[in-house]
Design a protein around this ligand. Sequence first.
Ligand code: CAA
Length: 395
Amino acid sequence: MTTLSVGIDQISFYTSNFYLDLGVLAERNGIDIGKYHRGIGQEKMGVPAHDEDIVTLAANAADRIVTDEERARISTVLFATETGIDQSKAAGVYVHSLLNLRNDCRVVELKQACYSCTAALQMACALVARNPEQSVLVIAADVARYDLGSAAEPTQGCGAVAMIVKAQPRLLEIHPQVGNYTEDVMDFWRPNYRKTALVDGKFSTKMYLKALINSWDNYQNNGGLPIGSLSRFCYHLPFTQMGKKAHNSLFRHTKDSSQAGLDKDEFDAKLQDTLTYNRIIGNSYSASMFIGLASLLENSQADLAGQHIGFFSYGSGCVAEFFAGTVVAGYEKALFADAHQAMLDARHALSYDEYLDLWHYPDPCEGEVVTMRAGATGKFKLARIYEHKRDYVCC
Ligand code: CAA
């Protein structure tokens, strides 16, 4: 029996046109910029305009890949987020409307911190395996927001990624073997009544690394590829230094088990190009590992065709997964590298006061009418909130 090839056919991401240079934050907080640049590995963080939210970020990311041909094939939208805008209605339903998707298309929202997009991807692969004629639109969108002045403040950011999952994909075939790890811990969470996340920062980094090793071991037990067969690694990237710590940790854990022996410099090079975008976008929670994948595919000078990529997805709380995929020959023809670079280059740097002003976004709770101040440059915007309803526009 031949196995059907299923995976990511297209990938597109979007972030706000506003960012804060961490040099501005370092000066304001009296911190040596080396701590941000080298200690956490970040340079800039995306900050959403008042007329942007997870719906507009998601719709702007997906618009590029939802062609008329795809519109006819998309049977399901899986929307991963931990920045939900409603306890009941799935954010993807707004996106379904903004993108004019078919009425006979199912839409659902998934949550488990930053992990949920990986769950969405696996579910999408299963749906496509069941009916290879269909496409599934997988979207992840988040705004990472922590308290002003907290240690986590420089690890904010925002972004969305959209992927078409289908049979015979042009970018990446996803392998069926996975390794999972779940443990009930309080390392990062956001109760319903809070706008910002609570985090036990140092503990969260320890849990991330513990979950990595356990997921890897489970992946090995489930018939996963040996460490030496993986030529690149994409990790969940709350900040890029976390990816480097994870990579070092996996090296130490696996070096004795590798029959060929692992060279540290060669192993370090396997992280190359995955961090480029996240370093200047910041944390986009559920989207961040997949923006790392786009960064790798779009920035690698090496031909990645036929190479196996390892993925480690971590969602605080916590649920984690290690899985892998193989890059498809000709993948570079299906990328949007120039459009992504142009979007990143066109962003506007905020002053500290402008950042503060955007951070305090309007959040009407009494049903009053609030028209959002214009700021976003994307095609889709949040126009107003009135009578507890959100009104989106397409420009
Ligand atoms: N030059 C270079 N490096 C410097 C420096 C300087 N001048 N000053 C400090 N550093 C280094 C420190 O040595 C440290 O390095 P190591 O981690 O290698 O020891 C690093 O900068 C960070 O400094 P601190 O140890 O003082 O840590 P902090 O108080 O700044 O907090 C943090 C760091 C805990 C990550 C905090 O930013 C945080 O809570 N972030 C949010 C939580 C998070 O992202 N957790 C990640 C795992 S959970 C997850 O992945 C889910 C998710 O998306 C949230």
